[in-house]
Design a protein around this ligand. Structure first.
Ligand code: NAD
Ligand code: UGA
Length: 439
């Protein structure tokens, strides 16, 4: 497994748990040092136990020596980052191609090279060309096996997936069969639980990943637009989401209105899909609209918060509950908290912030003045003029409105994740606003 980040580490630990022998190659010195000590450099529920058990069982190891890791490997996964390329929205494939070259130089015998990273259509074939150019004599096959796990529930998503997608080079029938056989063995326990395992061409598999993320992002932008409409016409977005979501053709999931989607994948993958379509001469107008709606929504959140605070936040203390882009992760990539807190501080607010897992990652991304990091949510709320909920961690739900009212100096609660009951907040005397619900 080349890359021991969110996807590489989870995939490696889960493949080891399936009974496979897995060697992880990680080049980031801090991450590798932690992994070698048996520490997990990211926050992901259950991962520490799974990694420890599989190290103990001698199925999982970590190092920076790629030659050692690929020696005798039947499958070599590339799970390195594919961040947006500066400025143009394309996926930056620098890490993928560099890893592919390292793998090609290190391989000693046949293996299937698998992209686990999210990569644009055609990348598998380009990797094939790189490997063949560097090592013309080498016998290998290429596969695409995109990952659909979510941070925060990554192990469950990997172990009990809705489906596994495996693309192989169907232009080479013999090679495709050989690669498929190895991939089938790797995922054998999933056949037992009857998880659908879908074999496709390389191109379909690569595009499925972008299409899935873009469709989910589109659902979120849709419900966010509906939330705005609900506010205008006095409807309730929760009732609306349930009312449409119970139609099996629509589905109930991914219909939670909020401050706009963030994270390491939806923002970059929607942009990358637009570029893929543009280069192919195809249209991607729905995805473009999805991105525009999300960007506008994120930009409008600052004004919404200022309005809830009476039009001005200068000199006001705002308690911020949650900094990460979603709960149960320490990942701050493209989190809504970043632009929002910058805007509030620029307008003179004092921030008292708390996040259960993300504060270390948040500090370099947030203003270096006017932000105090608190020990817990009640600490953040103490003496605050307003509370702002940015991430729906369960421990925030458990706080009673009366307790919040008692801790605060002011009465304003702005809940961008709809975790509190408006009636209970009213009863406690709080001035509560949320998303897409009547006041
Ligand atoms: P990440 O940045 O957390 O991890 C990538 C790791 O690869 C880093 O630790 C980096 O040091 C390491 N690395 C880079 N080049 C290397 C090399 N040549 N040799 C060894 N290690 C190397 O990224 P991530 O979030 O795990 O995402 C990886 C890929 O998976 C991306 O394409 C992403 O789009 C996709 N993906 C991510 C998620 C998610 O939830 N984070 C889910 C599905 C798919
Ligand atoms: C997402 C996908 O759900 C995974 O299937 C995919 O593998 C992954 O991207 C990826 O390619 O990296 P993730 O980014 O971990 O997973 O988290 P999600 O739960 O999808 O949330 C993404 C963003 O959408 C968050 O900011 C979240 O708050 C927001 N969201 C999600 C909503 O605003 N409403 C919803 O109903 C769901």
């Amino acid at each position: 497994m080349i890359g021991g980040g969110y996807v590489g580490l989870v995939s490696a630990a889960c493949f080891a748990e399936f009974g496979n022998q897995v060697a992880v190659v990680e080049t980031h010195p801090g991450r590798l040092a932690a992994l070698r000590k048996g520490e997990i450099p990211i926050y992901e529920p259950g991962l520490d136990r799974l990694v420890a058990e599989n190290i103990k069982a001698d199925r999982l190891s970590f190092g920076d020596d790629i030659a050692h890791a690929v020696e005798g490997a039947e499958a070599i996964f590339l799970a390195v980052g594919t961040p947006p390329r500066n400025g143009d929205g394309h996926a930056d494939l620098t890490y993928v191609f560099a890893a592919a070259e390292q793998v090609a130089r290190a391989m000693t015998g046949y293996a299937v090279i698998v992209t686990k990273s999210t990569v644009p259509v055609g990348t598998g074939r380009r990797i094939s060309e790189i490997v063949s150019r560097l090592r013309p004599e080498l016998d290998f096959d290429m596969a695409s096996n995109p990952e659909f796990l979510r941070e925060g529930s990554a192990i469950g998503d990997f172990m009990k997936p809705d489906r596994v997608v495996i693309g192989t080079d169907t232009d080479r029938p013999g090679g495709a069969a050989r690669a498929q056989e190895i991939m089938r063995r790797l995922y054998r326990p999933l056949y037992v639980i009857e998880a659908p395992i879908l074999f496709t061409s390389l191109e379909s598999s690569e595009l499925i990943k972008y299409a899935a993320n873009s469709f989910l992002a589109m659902k979120i932008s849709f419900i966010n637009e509906m939330a705005d409409l609900c506010e205008r016409v006095g409807a309730d977005v929760h009732e609306l989401a349930r009312g449409i979501g119970l139609d099996g053709r629509i589905g109930r999931k991914f219909l939670h209105a909020g401050p706009g989607y963030g994270g390491s994948c939806f923002p970059k993958d929607t942009l990358a899909l637009m570029r893929i379509a543009q280069e192919a001469g195809a249209s991607s107008r729905l995805v473009e609209a999805t991105v525009q709606v999300n960007d506008a929504r994120k930009a409008s959140m600052g004004a919404r918060i200022m309005a809830a605070c009476g039009g001005n936040v200068r000199g006001k203390t705002i308690a911020v509950f949650g900094l990460t882009f979603k709960p149960e992760t320490d990942d701050m990539r493209d989190a809504a908290s970043i632009p929002i807190i910058h805007r509030l501080v620029e307008n003179g607010a004092e921030i008292r912030a708390f996040d259960p897992a993300g504060m270390t990652a948040a500090k370099p991304l947030l203003p270096d003045h006017n932000v105090t990091y608190c020990v817990d949510a009640p600490d953040a709320a103490t003496g605050a003029d307003a509370i702002l909920v940015l991430t729906e961690w369960n421990e925030f739900r458990a706080l009673s409105p009366e307790r919040l009212r008692g801790l605060m100096q002011g009465r304003v609660v702005i809940d961008l994740r709809n975790i509190y009951d408006p009636a209970a907040m009213d009863t406690a005397g709080l001035d509560y606003s949320s998303i897409g619900r009547p006041r």
